[in-house]
Design a protein around this ligand. Structure first.
Ligand code: ADP
Ligand code: ASP
Ligand code: MG
Length: 402
């Protein structure tokens, strides 16, 4: 019976559904999965660069698009993909129904541009699956309790897929993209990067936050909370995958990856800490790293990929810039790209700082802070040095037989 068949959630990103040929490939994939005896939910992103184009369109109309209307506009991208994919699947002879985030019960808070999922009421999806339908879901969107349409932040279709997989107790959540898994560095930039067979949720979350965008950080955080195993695979059918799960094998490497995250800012401030807390609300852009000493505060923030128009980040930086310390001095703000190594060894190995500094000796000076946060060891570098620095870290910590 249909209800006994396992549920599989498959997510396909923008590059996988960029054109009609891509849509047909995804349709064939979903149909083959259905015919292998699974109940199938397919989460899709907007076609190709549609979301970027819609953001640009809004900016051609006004430099400060209204957040609510921007969400209305951006959700249209995923609607196009879902309807076209449902048509393609029907064309292959299987029943398919498309649903918006709202229709499939993805309830969010009221933060336009980067809403958080608070609840998933997936009854309609469940009913459609039980009726034998392949369900196509528009990623990256939900609806608030006030019935406002919201978006989940850039890259948010991954979060849709994981949230649905958890709500439906799916057997697997498969994230398909243009790479065949999670690598020890971005394989487009570091040619000898290696695919990682298995990773823990914690280290994948640290990698995503440090810039490895192959899986979205919010999605991994949700997967960790609800114990959803993630399978990162290539859409083009290349063999190989990375499995992200709660308890990966203990004998995996202590350093998993070298990463970079563009557009970060480090604040170095020597004012009154109580004053900092009252003038600065970082809830919209939570710091990646913060350190408070009696006379010094270090705060590292990144432009949130969730922030389609950059405004929350921009507002925070403006406030930081204008914040004099008790002696009336303005803070030091350094912008750059965050370059990191990530793995369970950070915080456990006695001295990673020395080899980290040694690997980056041509990039760092004695004053450049190296920051340890969770499973990550990072420094901020000028953007034009970031690729070379990641390659150097990869060679030092992950190269050869390491
Ligand atoms: P999608 O649009 O399908 O969601 P993304 O562009 O978000 O796909 O993610 C895939 C991209 O992530 C790859 O093209 C790759 O360049 C990049 N990437 C960055 N870091 C890594 C990494 N450590 N392993 C694999 N891919 C990575
Ligand atoms: N289309 C959205 C974006 O480009 C969501 C996603 O692709 O996951 O950010
Ligand atoms: Mg993505």
């Amino acid at each position: 019976m249909s209800q006994q068949q396992p549920i599989i959630v498959q997510k396909f990103g923008g590059s996988s559904v960029a054109d009609v040929a891509g849509i047909r490939r995804v349709a064939a994939h979903a149909v083959a999965t259905r015919r292998s005896g699974k109940r199938v939910v397919v989460v899709v992103s907007a076609m190709g660069k549609t979301t970027d184009q819609l953001v640009q369109l809004a900016h051609e109309v006004t430099p400060t698009p209204d957040r609510r209307e921007l969400d209305m506009l951006l959700t249209a991208g995923e609607r196009i993909s879902m309807a076209i994919l449902a048509m393609a699947i029907r064309d292959l002879g299987e029943p398919a129904t498309s649903m918006t985030g709202s229709q499939c019960g993805i309830i969010t808070n009221d933060a336009p541009g980067g809403a958080r999922i608070v609840e998933v009421r997936a009854f309609r999806v469940q009913d459609a699956l039980d009726a034998g339908q392949i369900v196509i879901v528009a990623g990256f969107q939900g609806v608030s309790w006030k019935k406002e349409v919201t978006t989940l932040g850039r890259g948010g279709s991954d979060t849709t897929a994981v949230a649905l997989a958890a709500a439906l107790s799916a057997e697997a959540c498969e994230i398909y993209s243009d790479v065949d898994g999670v690598y020890s560095a971005d394989p487009r930039k570091v040619t000898d990067a290696r695919r990682l067979d298995e990773l823990g949720h914690d280290e994948m979350l640290a990698m995503a936050r440090a810039g490895a965008k192959v899986l979205g950080a919010d999605a991994v955080a949700w997967a960790r909370l609800h114990d959803v195993a993630l399978y990162a695979r290539a859409t083009d059918g290349r063999p190989g995958e990375t499995i992200v799960r709660l308890n990966p094998p203990a004998d995996r490497p202590w350093i998993a990856a070298a990463t970079l995250r563009p557009q970060c800012v480090l604040l170095n401030w020597s004012g009154d800490v109580a004053n900092l807390a009252t003038t600065l609300d970082t809830s919209a852009v939570p710091p990646i790293f913060s350190l408070q000493l009696p006379t010094q505060t270090l705060l590292l923030v990144g432009r949130d990929v969730a922030d389609a128009v950059d405004s929350q980040f921009g507002r925070l930086i403006d406030r930081l810039r204008e914040m004099p310390d008790t002696a009336g001095r303005l803070p030091t703000l350094v912008s750059g790209t965050l370059v990191s190594i990530v793995g369970p060894g950070v915080g456990r190995e006695c001295d990673l700082l020395t080899p980290f500094r040694a690997a980056l000796h041509t990039h760092l000076n004695a004053e450049t802070p190296v920051l340890a946060h969770g499973l990550t060891l990072s420094c901020l570098l000028p953007p034009d040095q970031a690729d070379a620095a990641v390659a150097a870290l990869h060679a030092a910590f992950l190269g050869g037989a390491a």
